[in-house]
Design a protein around this ligand. Structure first.
Ligand code: TXA
Ligand code: MG
Length: 339
């Protein structure tokens, strides 16, 4: 039985302590990170991890990201090569997830990796997620804290709206900073564009040429838009359903989706549309009047939630340049518009 409303506690020592008790008891807690709010559980406890899947209604073949305090903790769970260590040192703590071979003695529940021999791992920067990791003393598996297929939450109110009583406790620490999910990198392939751009990754690999990955001194970084490709590290295809047949884990075609239809690259609104503007396209509301893609990323999901909630039946959104984090914005918009 689910309760209709979650408890929402403001960030603070008492809230972290209470959340940590829930985590150690095998429960789930929604907690902010610098990207989006996550739905956290003890990654070493299979029953706890199962509660995440149940609360989200997430297909169990879709693996989760594990959050740890620092690189040393990550190295107890995953095997790092020179490239991975270079990226970790450059971008952790921060919005970068690395897909790496999982260690046999990691202690991570196999439900977290959905049976893969790789694991997605990151060191978050946010004080609430770091506080919860420290207070619980556990690595925390945490997908975005939304119902499966929905828009990732950037506020506690989004989490409550999407998951309702399926989550007992939400730590509220305001709107998240980046507003888009972490960049996911496997080897030299970007599986999901995000706040750490492919260009930034390329720059940091330049000085750390990987062994046996092409000519030494080159640093080719490819973005594999998983809508069309399957990554080398992907799991075997899984049986049907709306989210079935997935080749690239989590990179489902219809994902991050508002409930309403979404029209991309709109310059003007039709009479039934609510237009989300950017730069010169003013819209009913704007992602960034000055045309700043970082500001737009931070506001994107909040405005999509708002668009779903208002009275206009259809959403339209202005064109966003694919520069910097704009690449990740357009990745999310393509998925949000896909039907
Ligand atoms: O910013 C974020 O990454 C947020 C916060 C809470 O950390 N988390 C997040 O998790 O976006 P989630 O579960 O919504 O997305 C995780 C993605 C999925 O696309 C999943 O398939 C992929 O990571 N993933 C997990 N393990 C993987 C693996 N071993 N190989 C490839 N992709 C993997
Ligand atoms: Mg998600």
């Amino acid at each position: 039985m689910t309760r209709p409303h979650p408890r929402i506690l403001p960030y603070g020592t008492a809230a972290i302590a209470e959340a940590a008790v829930l985590i150690r008891d095998g429960g789930i807690v929604a907690v902010p990170t610098e990207t989006v709010y996550g739905l956290a559980a003890d990654a070493t406890n299979a029953a706890a991890v199962a509660r995440i899947y149940a609360a989200k209604g997430r297909p169990s073949f879709n693996p989760l990201i594990v959050h740890v305090a620092n690189l040393a903790a990550a190295e107890r769970i995953a095997v790092f090569d020179a490239d991975a260590r270079a990226l970790a040192e450059a971008f952790w703590p921060g919005p970068l997830t690395l897909v790496l071979p999982v260690r046999g003695d990691s202690g991570i529940a196999s439900l977290v990796t959905a049976g893969l021999d790789t694991i997605a791992i990151r060191v978050p920067r946010h004080r609430a997620m770091q506080g919860l990791i420290a207070a619980s003393g556990r690595p925390l598996a945490a997908p975005s804290a939304n119902a499966s297929g929905g828009i990732s939450p950037t506020t506690a109110a989004h989490v409550a709206g999407s998951l309702g009583g399926n989550v007992p406790l939400i730590l509220n620490d305001g709107a998240t900073e980046a507003g888009l999910e972490s960049t996911i990198v496997a080897g030299r392939t970007v599986l999901r564009p995000g706040p750490v751009t492919a260009e930034a990754i390329r720059q940091h690999l330049e000085h750390h040429p990987g062994e046996g990955r092409g000519p030494v001194g080159t640093s080719e970084v490819t973005t594999r838009n998983a809508d069309h490709d399957s990554p080398p590290t992907g799991p075997r295809p899984s049986p049907g359903g709306r989210e079935g047949g997935v080749t690239a884990p989590g990179q489902l075609e219809s994902h991050y989706a508002p409930k309403k239809l979404l029209r991309l690259n709109a310059i003007e609104a039709a009479s039934n549309e609510w237009l989300i503007g950017f730069g010169e396209v003013a819209g009913d509301v704007t992602l960034s009047a000055s045309g700043d893609v970082v500001e737009a990323a931070a506001k994107l999901f909040d405005l999509l939630y708002a668009a779903d909630a208002n009275e206009r039946p259809t959403i339209a959104i202005a064109p966003i340049p694919s520069e910097g984090i704009g690449e990740a914005i357009n990745d999310r918009l393509r998925r949000a518009a896909h039907r």
